[in-house]
Design a protein around this ligand. Sequence first.
Ligand SMILES: [Zn+2]
Length: 437
Amino acid sequence: MPKMQIWNKAMECMPREEMEALQLRKLKKILHYVYDRSDIYKKKFDGIGFKPDDLKSLQDLSKLPLTIKDDFRDGYPFGMFVVPMEQVVRLHASSGTTGKLTVVGCTKNDMENWTEVLARMITMTGVNSSDVTQIAFGYGLFTGAHGLQYGMERVGATVIPISGGNSEKQLMVMKDFGTTALVCTPTYALHLAEVAMKLGIDPRTDLKVKVGLFGGEAFSEEYRQEIQNRWGMLATDNYGLSELGGPGFSGECELICGQHIAEDHYFVEILDTETLQPVAPGEKGEVVITSLSREAVPVIRYRTKDISSLNYEPCDCGRTTARLSKITGRSDDMMVIRGVNVFPSQIESVLVKMEELAPHYQIILYKKGFLDDLEIRVELSEEAFTDNYGKLEAIEHKLKQQLYKTLSMNPKVRLVEPFSIERSPGKAIRVIDNRDK
Ligand SMILES: [Zn+2]
């Protein structure tokens, strides 16, 4: 394997003790910064009698209250901002389920740091100045497309800011402009591969895409494999939340062994989902993030609701930054069906492994009498599609067996025709909750 490039060796390969000392210095500074500027944080700190100088170690941070999405909503639109608008050069927002936007802003320094962490993340995937990148995330208020564009331009790659949707045009541009890197949601990558095949384009041989940088939604290892098989590309995952400045927080290197965190800009804790106390190193829990450098909207102890764990071992790529393991679900997404905890990602991992099925599915929750129940609708693959009832029954039986092994329950399954589940250019709608209807 050729030597892997590292964008910022000083920060990405720093010895562990030095990184922790740097984080502690930055943490002390940011606590003073928010305490002096934000009524919301001052109130939170005062409420437990905490002064910024009380922070003596990284562990002391766990004494402070958590920040949640409602803090952004309650302060809509600019309540979480701690600088005057003259210093803000950019606004971004994400839409929540309740309709109100979660608004964040960037100062000039925030924009610079954002670009820097993305340049690192992009370099990790093997992308460099010889690449042509197609950004098929939707532009607009969403942070994803913009952030990736800045990072790509910083490393010198050629950017095609095509935005989301219009798959046939995407494929034409991809072919004619010689796209080598693709940025979008994993769902859209798979959808594009399907459209390509329908148009008689085999992504593996007729296109030059060799790497994908996927974000915006979590995907299973099996789903990654499916994308890699169909495209003949390396499919990398990255993670970020708009409340914390969007993408750039963490991403996978070419070795695909957890996501390297930009630890000089973010401090991460993993908390037990019940007690909200820190778990032992390496254990799973809810990811809680503190921004260490953000000026316009600094965030202390933000509850992501995502479940993961941290690995502090240095990576074979040469980086020493802590790695976030695959997100295995959101505590929000967890469904409790007749006392059994079920994550959509568990169901996905079963479906994607069966070659008789296409990786397009929906989980429908409904009430059966007073009890919650779930039905899984999944498309048959084009090869397996048949009107032979016996064959269909055999597929259904196999699927039920596999689901039982993973979930310890027997959900209803319904096999549907290829291409009958609606495709979305952004996040796929996986779970439909009809329980209140
Ligand atoms: Zn690595």
